[in-house]
Design a protein around this ligand. Structure first.
Ligand code: SF4
Length: 671
């Protein structure tokens, strides 16, 4: 093991125990399983059955259904029977919060129960209590007494269990001792795990979810270390980012959180929680899992191992980043830059820049610049015949840069040989230098001389890319080598895609770059789409890349990895049988009026039972508290209770105004 993974330089799955859920095997190198959760009322048997079937037909291998009380738990039998009658035997999972009685009923009916250790026994009052060791032990004993009956039922009925910790719903006891931390999440699960093991019950899957991918990744890694050290074995892991939201942002956030772990061979089952119909989650899961279906080991995936790799990785537990110096606005204390790749365009016009955040006003001859405006534009060989906005700097291939009328206003990109050749002219301010990270014939140049020259050059910005099949591991390995050699030049992560669909490309970009940003690497991002490549399927050949989408994905990746905030963050639950209003419609309504509030985190949660706990790090919350009633939160504090739904969005705006968190839309940047 290397820290929390089997290997940090090769794709290798983590060995875990094997768990049986009905006929489905999870962990121990079985395929990564895909699951989702219904959003219907559990008492609506036919509605739930029909939604389950749509999910199963789409590819779900497990279906989770909420059981808020005994009556819903009992109705799981009707749902299961109806599914069997229609020929569907996909295992069902009962989702339990707060109600051990419901869990004990469900465990006799369905193949798996999910319990939340933060609220299975404890009621959350957001109180900070000083526990002596004896008090704490007494609390653990209380949990043992309440949780053991469920363990015994699961053992007797062959039912599996997920101990599913959520960052947002840690108990007051855990919060009092460990705070709102990843280690608190781990300990919350370990308390339950120890009790289960003391009953010789091992049919367990664990999860550590958070709406913040950084916290989530850190918690899973810590959990693995803890299980290895304390128990000597690992349980299978279910991965997910909670309340990821919807659309592109929800997909990016989920792919980054889940993908960062899967890249290291961690994770045996996944769910992408979107505020959309459940069946739409499945293709996203499939696009993620697809990356890991081949072994990815072979000639074109070799990466030289490195001793003590952990010594040179940034410590994610303190969220530090690689130490770099600044080359103009790249590296040092600057947020990562975004480079738009326009090199395939024969002609670049003012209007084209609208896609990357710059709107030209011909009357005033001024540029309107959005919060998601790219910092650099890579033009390749295409010269630009108009004055670019001051905040957008052009990069050219070396020969074109050399021919450029004013070399001080643009920058060259050089390959390794050009950079090493002293007779080749360089820019006095920024030189982007390509570095291939462990592709098949790497290196085809004098690497020692190259790295020494880079180290001594305060104009050099590395542009890291690879054709290695294990791209994340290759680029991470290069970052580790840079750290080991104390090379502090900033580095841009370049990621190309030639996937068949843009949905797949989005997952590809998010995982291959987001994983590195989560780990504290990278001072910039450049995404390219090889739409026009000849080897693509007929329908995609010759198409021009969607620059607007690529720009939006790049900023989305930086936002989700919390390295550059350029928009409002919406934390919305996926909804379930507890939901008290139309979550998709409400999320759209709230988004429509608050999307310009850059940096603000707004939670939209379906129920008061779970919502307030789950929205962990939101600044403001809009939570369903009864039919047609909304309760508004500032952080974790209730500020307006039971507001009629018809006026709740207006009240939310009022609350934002009272707290100086509101900006009139016309005063915000927009393009
Ligand atoms: S917060 Fe949303 S998903 Fe979670 S229990 Fe409530 S309604 Fe269901």
């Amino acid at each position: 093991m290397e820290l929390y993974a089997e290997s940090l330089t090769q794709y290798k799955r983590l060995k875990t125990l094997e768990v049986k859920v009905g006929d489905l095997l999870i962990g121990n190198f079985n395929p990564i399983r895909i699951q989702t959760m219904t959003t219907t009322d559990t008492m609506d048997t036919i509605g739930t059955v029909e939604q389950s079937i749509r999910c199963i037909e789409a590819g779900a291998e497990l279906i989770r259904i909420t059981a808020p009380s005994k009556k819903e738990a009992e109705n799981l039998l009707n749902i299961k029977n109806e599914l069997h009658k229609r020929g569907y035997t996909t295992p069902l999972v009962a989702d339990i919060h707060f109600t051990p009685n419901a869990a004990e009923i469900a465990a006799r009916i369905v193949e798996k129960v999910r319990v939340n250790p933060g609220n299975y026994v404890d009621k959350k009052k957001f109180e900070l209590i000083e526990y002596s060791n004896a008090d704490y032990e007494e609390e653990i004993e209380r949990i043992r007494n309440r949780f053991t009956p469920l363990v015994k039922i699961c053992k007797e009925y062959g039912t599996a269990m997920r101990i599913g910790t959520n960052h947002g719903s840690l108990s007051d006891r855990i919060m009092s001792r460990y705070g709102d931390t990843a280690i608190g999440m781990v300990e919350s699960a370990m308390e339950f795990l120890r009790i289960a093991e003391s009953e010789n019950y091992y049919n367990i899957v664990l999860s550590m979810k958070s709406s913040n991918p950084q916290v989530m990744v850190q918690a899973y890694r810590l959990l693995i270390e803890n299980m290895q050290n304390e128990l000597g074995h690992c349980y299978p892991l279910h991965l997910g980012v909670t309340e990821a939201g919807d659309g592109e942002d929800g997909r990016i956030k989920s792919a980054i959180g889940i993908g960062t772990l899967l890249e290291d061979g961690i994770g045996d089952t996944i769910r992408v929680s979107l505020t959309e119909d459940s069946e739409f989650e499945i293709p996203v899961c499939q696009n993620i899992v697809k990356r890991y279906s081949d072994l990815r080991n072979g000639e074109d995936s070799y990466i030289p191992p490195i001793k003590n790799i952990s010594k040179f990785l940034p410590d994610i537990t303190v969220r530090n980043t690689r130490n770099t110096f600044a080359v103009q606005n790249i590296g040092g204390k600057h947020v990562p830059v975004v480079i738009s790749d326009f090199h395939k365009k024969d002609n670049i016009t003012r209007n084209d820049l609208r896609d990357i955040g710059y709107k030209y006003n011909s009357t005033t001859d001024k540029w309107n610049i959005s919060d998601m405006a790219a910092d650099f534009i890579f033009c390749g060989e295409t010269q630009v015949d108009f004055a670019l906005p001051g905040t957008l700097k052009p990069i050219f291939n070396y020969d074109s840069w050399k021919e450029s009328p004013d070399k001080s206003k643009c920058f060259p990109i050089l390959n390794e040989q050009q950079y090493l050749d002293d007779s080749v002219e360089k820019s006095s301010s920024i030189n982007f230098v390509m570095l291939d990270c462990y592709s098949k014939n790497y290196p085809a140049f004098d690497k020692e001389k190259f790295l020494q020259k880079i180290k001594d050059d305060n104009t050099a910005v590395l542009s890291l890319s690879t054709e290695n099949r294990n791209a994340v591991q290759s680029i991470r390995r290069m970052f580790v080598e840079l750290n080991e050699r104390e090379i502090k030049n900033p580095a841009i992560i370049i990621c190309d895609s030639n996937k068949d669909t843009m949905d797949e490309s989005l997952i590809h970009y998010a995982i291959e770059t987001g994983t590195l940003f989560i780990d504290g690497f990278g001072n910039g991002i450049c995404l390219s789409d090889h739409y026009s490549d000849k080897n693509l399927p007929a329908g995609r050949q010759g198409k021009i890349p969607d620059y607007k989408l690529l720009n939006s994905i790049a900023f989305g990746i930086l936002q989700a990895s919390r390295t550059r905030i350029s928009k409002t963050e919406f934390i919305s639950c996926p909804s379930c049988g507890r939901t008290l209003f139309d979550l998709q419609e409400t999320t759209a309504k709230v988004r429509a009026v608050t999307h310009h509030l850059k940096g603000l985190k707004i939670a939209i949660m379906g129920c008061i039972v779970n919502g307030p706990g789950e929205m962990a790090d939101a600044d403001f919350g809009y939570v369903g508290s009864g039919p047609g009633k909304i309760t508004l939160y500032k952080g974790k504090e209730v500020v307006k209770r039971n507001v009629p739904e018809a006026v709740a969005v207006e009240e939310l705006i009022g609350l934002l105004k009272e707290n100086n968190a509101w900006i009139e839309p016309e005063l915000a940047h927009s393009v």
